[in-house]
Ligand binder design. Sequence first.
Ligand code: GCW
Length: 717
Amino acid sequence: MKYSLQGMLFALCIAVLVCPTACADDGYELWMSYKKLEDATILEEYRQTFSSIVIQGQSETLSIVRKEAKKGLDRLLGADLPTGSTLTKSNALVIGASRQSQLIQKLDLSDELATLGPEGFLIRAIEIDGIPSIVITANEDTGLLYGSFHLLRLMQNGQSIKDIDIRSKPRIQYRLLNHWDNLNGSIERGYAGKSLWKWNELPETIDPRYKDYARANASIGINGTVVNNVNANPVILTAEYIAKLKALADVFRPYGIKLFVSIRFSSPLRPASNKNSRRGGIGSLDTADPLDPNVQEWWKEKAKEIYQSIPDFGGFLVKANSEGMPGPQDYDRSHADGANMLAEALAPYSGIVMWRAFVYDADVDPDRARRAYKEFTPLDGEFNANIFVQSKNGPIDFQPREPVHPLFGAMPKTPLMLELQITQEYLGHSKHLVFLAPMWKEYLEFDTYAKGQGSLVCRVVDGSLHNYHMTGIAGVANTGSDRNWCGHLFGQANWYAFGRLAWDHSLSSEAIAEEWIHMTLSRNNDVVKTIKSMMMGSWEACVNYMTPLGLHHIMQEGFHYGPGPDHAQGRQDWTSVYYHRADSKGLGFNRSSTGSQATSQYFSPNAEIFDNLKTCPEKYLLWFHHVNWDYKTESGRTLWEELCYRYHTGVDYVKAMRRKWAAIEKYGASHAAHIDQDIYLHVQEKLATQEKDAAIWRDTCLSYFQKFSNRPMPEYN
Ligand code: GCW
C-alpha cells in the first residue's frame, strides 16, 4: 500500500514536471499560451531583437509586466532571457515610465506621451546610448501593461517589429464586463459553469483564478468589472460582503481593473420576508424614496463605508423598475431622481452610476420596442454629471439581430454607455459557434443620422458625436468556472473581440478573428484561413436558422435556447406570438406609420427608409412590417419561399463549418501547426450539436409558420 502510494506520488511529480509542454491543451490559457513560433525567419528576427528585458521602476503592476514579458518572450522564442534594470547587453526590450526610468527619461518622449492619457502606450524601435532597443513607455504603469500585452500580441501574430512605431490609446474610457453572477454561485444566462467568485471562501481565500481572470482582461484592455447580477441581491452591500469585495478589488487593482457592483434600489429597506422577492433591502428604513433625506443619508453612509475599504471603487450599476426590480417610480419619482440620488452619494469619491435603460412597462406603450425611448428621451439633460444611461444595442433584448436602439443619438446631453452581450443568451448558449464581432460592428457602424450623415453609433459611444465628458461600453460576460472559461472554446473569441473593440472600435472583425486564431489555435495559413471562414459567417448563419428577415423573440420561453414560435401564454411581451404576428395573410410586427410607429423614433432618413416596405432593409423586414406571404423579396422569391430559403441556408452553413473543421484534422498534434487533439474533439462535438439543433430550429419554425402560410415547402437538396 505504502509502495503504491509512493509510486503514485512519483508519477504525479513527473506528470507535473512534464505537463507544461506535453499536457493536452484544455483552453485555460486562452489567447496567451505563447506557443513557440514556428516560422524560422520571424523567430530569427525576434531573437536578434531581444537579448534581454530591462525594466526600471517598482510597483505591483510593473512586477506583473516583468513576469508577463519574460514569460511571453521566453515561450515564443524558446529562450531564457535575462531580466534586469540596467541596459548592459545589446538589443533589449526596455519597459518603463519616465517617472521611474532614467533610460526612458533620456529619450524625451514627453510631448508624445502627453497625448496618450493614463492608459495609452508607445512602442518604438529606438537606440538608447547607441544600443538598439524596443521601448515600451506610457504615462502610467497600466499603460505599460497594455503596451507589453500589445507587443506580445504582435509577436504571437508573427509581425515584424524591427521598425515598430506604435502609439495607442483607448477610444472609450470605461471598458467593463458585467457579470450576471448571483451570490449563490449561479450565473443568470451563464453557460460555462458556476461563478468565478467563491463568496463563501472570500475574503480569506483568494482563488488563483481571480488573478488569471484579471490578467486576461488586462491583456485586451478591459479596465473594470461589475461582479454581480443586475438582478441584485442587496446583501452585496453588507459589511460582510464589502470585505469580500475589497479582497477582489485588491487582486484586480494592479491589473488596472476597477471593481463595480450592481445594487438593488430598495437596499435601505428592511429585508423582505420572502427571500426570493426582488423587493426588500438590508436596512431598517420603510421607504427607498430617492427624495427622502433619510434614504439619501443611507446611501451616503454606504458609499463612505465602501470607499473606506476600496478607495478606487468604481460605482454602481442599476436595474430599476424593470422586470420586477424596485426603482424610483415606486415612489412616483423619475429615473433621473433615482440615479441622481445615488450619483450624489458617489460623487465625492469620483464614483459613477450606470443606470440601465432596459425598461419596458406595458403601460408606457403597447409596443415594447418603443418603451425605453419614450421613458428616457424626456429626461435628457436631467442626469448628474457622473451618470451613464446604459442601453442595450437593440430596443428589445439581445436578439440574434435587432435594428439599433433608437436611444443612440437621441440623448445628446447624457453619456450613453453601450451594453453588449457576450454570453450567448439568444445565440445558442455555449453550444453554438457564433462569432459576435461582425454583429457588434454592425451596431457600431450603424448611422443614426442624429447630426446628419456620419453620426455612427460608435461616435455616440466614444463621445465624439455629442462631446460626452465620459464614455463607456459594457459586455455581459460569458465566463464561468469551466476550465476553458467560456464553455465553448470559440466563446473565448467573443470575450477577446469585446475587449479589442472596446479599446478600438475601428478594428475589423476579420483582423480580430485572425489575431485570436493565431494566438489561440494555429499560425498555419491554411488553418487560419479555414477557421476564419467558419467564424466570419457564423453570426449571419445563426440569424438565418433562428430568426431570419427580422423575426425576433421566438425562442423557448425563459430558457431562450431552442425554438418556441407557438409560445402564447403569460405576460404578453414575453410570448412569441406577440412578436411574429403570423396569420393567414402574412408575418411580422407592423411598426411602421400604419402600425406602432416605432419607425418614427429614428432620425431621418432612417425613419422613412424603415417605414417603407420597399426600402426597409430585408434584415429588418419582419421587425418593422407585417408582410404578405406572397410579397416578392429582393431575390425574386416570395416571402414564404425566402423564409424557407434562409432557414435552410443557416443550417447549411453549420454543415459547412463541420466539413471545414473536419478538413483541418490532418493538422493533428504532430504537425507543426497543430490544433490540440482535445480542442479539436471539443469543437467537433459542439459543431455536431449545433447542426442538430439548427435543424430543429429550421424544422420547428417552418412547420409552425406553414400552418399560417398554407403554402408548400420548397424542395432543397
Ligand atoms: O433579457 C433579459 C434576460 C434576463 C436579464 C435581463 C436584463 C439579468 O433574459 O435574464 O436579467 O434581460 O438585462 O436585465
